[in-house]
Design a binder for this molecule. Structure first.
Ligand SMILES: Cc1cc2nc3c(=O)[nH]c(=O)nc-3n(C[C@H](O)[C@H](O)[C@H](O)COP(=O)(O)OP(=O)(O)OC[C@H]3O[C@@H](n4cnc5c(N)ncnc54)[C@H](O)[C@@H]3O)c2cc1C
Length: 496
């Protein structure tokens, strides 16, 4: 990266400057929220008829009452107190604290997730456990003698946990999520998610509990009572209350350039095409799309770079169930290769308000897929039936007559795929976009970075602050060197 993404020449926004934000997911809404609170102008342009993007909540009215479903459960967690403050401020009186119990369903047994080594070693039996520890020792000795190159996801997991644990607990699930073999995926995702975690630290933490210098973000999390989507809906309410506008059903089709500045965006509306002109632009639409809709077009090598990057898609199957509880879990990860889905969550365990009454529960079952593959091509009815079959026959979690009904939701571009070669084309695209003075890119798909909501809104917040006269490098977001679910007091000055 040559230059970080800073204010792109748009510092010190004047009250009359028109700030146009593309995408009304959490990142884009956060930009508009921060600008609105500062009394600045903001117009959000969103292709969907609703706000919230991947982090929205769907409501389903039935004769039994209303069920609510996130697109895969979304919990709020962050190490950044600035963001926690913003989340609390927005969600306000709807905020709940939820205890987290997540487990892996493995060979008929339950193992704590994130992987707790002692629980995993117990579940696999003494012989495999001994092999796992030996493997781990072998890899650590090898690393001492000669530094091992970590290129692929497989290298990264083996390096961190040894081959036995990798094969038992990471390989099958990762391949379900990404649809690629782990040796074809970059190790970056692992280092982004499991920084500083190792078998030794895990065993040490299990045997000698930490003396309080580590704050776990695993056990509890914040959640809005009526679904994670309320976070976006409430930001949207506040943006509108300040007099700013959110234009739904407005799909951005072209970014119209004038030299090295954006002059306006061409959108498709219900009444036909329209050019929305502005002074400053923030994009949270997929990065690969952004570079392809420039007018005049981006250089051919930049477009070719964008063609090489892919996203993974997701289908959720949402089941409404007459039963008080299926499992006590927040999430249950299902590694078994014969079961098509990857994990599920039970919304009622997050908030009782997600189901009509205590008599009912529901499940959100996640199928990781790629548009056009065998899972994507299954009909909605097949997917619902397949899910119920797995739950009844393979997992013994429900009886068929308890399932009141189900429906699916398909979301494309849910996960940016870090394949082995993603970095070079991504840098090429960033170099080009950063040469455009009044355009910042934010969010998850918007920056082609595996950002959770916290990092997504952080980029949105900082992009807005750049327009308000501060100088922030958005490339530094989600680039720290610590596992994202622990926070060491000593390394997070002023945060704990
Ligand atoms: C299954 C799943 C589970 C997750 N769980 C968690 C979790 O537990 N905790 C957590 O913090 N995060 C979680 N996330 C991540 C979270 O969803 C994202 O970090 C967050 O939604 C990113 O926000 P965003 O605004 O960058 O992108 P998005 O939410 O993708 O929003 C982008 C918006 O841009 C709009 N758009 C796209 N193209 C155009 C166009 N051409 N014109 C106009 N608008 C356009 C889209 O319609 C969308 O509304 C999860 C994600 C998934 C898929």
């Amino acid at each position: 990266m040559q230059n970080g993404q800073t204010s792109n020449g748009a510092t010190g926004v004047k009250s009359k400057e028109r700030n146009i934000i593309m995408g009304a997911g959490p990142a884009g809404l956060c930009s508009a929220y921060v600008l609105s609170k500062a009394g600045a102008n903001a117009t959000v342009v969103e292709s969907a008829p609703f706000v919230g993007g991947l982090a929205r909540t769907i409501r389903r009215d039935t004769e039994n009452g209303e069920f609510k479903f996130d697109i895969g459960g979304h919990r709020w967690f962050t190490k950044n107190e600035d963001l926690n403050d913003l989340f609390r401020e927005v969600v306000d009186d709807e905020l709940l604290w939820v205890n987290r119990i997540s487990r892996i369903y493995f060979d008929g047994k339950f193992i704590d997730y994130p992987l707790k080594i002692v629980s995993a070693l117990k579940a696999v039996g003494p012989i495999t456990a001994a092999r796992a520890v030996l493997d781990y020792g072998r890899i650590k000795v090898k690393q001492r003698i000669k530094s091992t190159e970590v290129r692929s996801m497989e290298d990264a997991y083996v390096n961190q946990y040894g081959e036995t644990l990798y094969k038992l607990f990471f390989q099958a699930y990762s391949e379900k999520v990404w649809g690629l073999k782990c040796d074809k995926l970059s190790g970056d995702w692992v280092s982004q998610r499991t920084k500083g975690m190792s078998l030794i630290t895990a065993i040490k933490d299990a045997v000698i509990p930490s003396k309080g210098d580590v704050v776990s973000l695993i056990e509890q999390f914040m959640y809005p009572r009526d679904g994670f989507g309320r976070f976006s809906e409430r930001m949207a309410d506040s943006i509108r209350a300040s007099g700013n506008e959110i234009r739904l059903k407005n799909a951005v089709e072209k970014i119209v350039l004038d030299g090295n500045r954006v002059k306006g965006i061409r959108v498709r509306t219900e009444n036909g095409p329209e050019l929305i002109e502005g002074d400053n632009f923030i994009s949270s639409i997929p990065f690969t799309v952004l570079v392809k809709i420039m007018e005049p077009a981006a250089p051919a090598d930049v477009i070719a770079a964008a063609e090489t990057l892919t996203f993974r898609d997701i289908i959720t199957v949402n089941l409404m169930i007459r039963k008080r509880q299926v499992t006590p879990d927040t999430w249950l990860y299902v590694h078994d290769r014969n079961i098509l889905f990857g994990r599920f969550h039970e919304p009622k365990n997050w908030s009782p308000a997600m189901v009509p009454s205590d008599e009912y529960t529901s499940l959100v079952i996640e199928y990781f897929c790629t548009k056009g593959d065998h899972i994507w091509n299954m009909s909605d009815e097949q997917l619902v039936n397949q899910s119920v079959k797995h739950l009844v026959e393979d997992l013994d979690f429900v009886r068929p007559e308890e399932v009141l009904g189900g429906f699916t939701l398909r979301a494309t571009k849910a996960y940016p795929v870090y394949d082995l070669d993603y970095q070079e084309p991504l840098l090429r695209m960033k170099d080009y976009i950063q040469s455009i003075e009044n355009l910042q890119y934010i969010g998850r798909g918007g920056s082609f970075r595996y950002n959770n909501t916290d990092h997504s809104i952080e980029t949105g917040m900082l992009a807005a602050r750049n327009l308000l006269g501060e100088t922030h490098d958005l490339e530094r977001v989600n680039a720290d060197d610590e596992y994202h679910e622990i926070k060491r007091k000593s390394s997070a000055a002023g945060v704990v």
